[in-house]
Design a protein around this ligand. Sequence first.
Ligand code: S3P
Length: 172
Amino acid sequence: MAEQTRPRVVLVGPMGSGKSTVGRVLAQRWGVDVRDSDADVEQTAGKPVPEVFVDDGEARFRELEKAAVALALRTHDGVLSLGGGAVLDPDTQVLLEGHRVVFLRVGLADAVKRVGIGAGRPLLLGGDGGIRARVRSLLEERNPVYEGVATVVVDTDGRTPEQVADDVENGL
Ligand code: S3P
């Protein structure tokens, strides 16, 4: 494998934390590629994430996601952004050890604002209480997991992607 000449960063965090946007900003600054596990799953499945959920089920999505993350961790030298649920897999948690893992933390209000009506995000649709309630329970359940795998935590509330990218760079 080619020698790594740029910091490789793995961005984790919930939906609406800005992983994709911040990932693009960092990749552009560093002149590296950005890879996104959702996009990798879509390429393998040949359809968008919501269709994978509907046609094949969440379990199949998680299988494809796990494989995509494992491959990217072995082969990608740039910025890697993980889907919000990818870090729940215990094998993935082990694979993340030794990597620079940045948790983009977001509070409920900003997360709700950023996910909007939940378009393209099957886990936010349906259920009781609407999107705000879903986001709240996902944050409560997963924040400890993100904290557990992260080497750096960056708060994103009220900050632009460029400011968050600055904080990521300062934290590395
Ligand atoms: C999910 C987050 C989504 C996508 C899928 C499931 C999750 O990615 O992987 O809809 O479980 O939180 P983003 O965090 O990039 O929106």
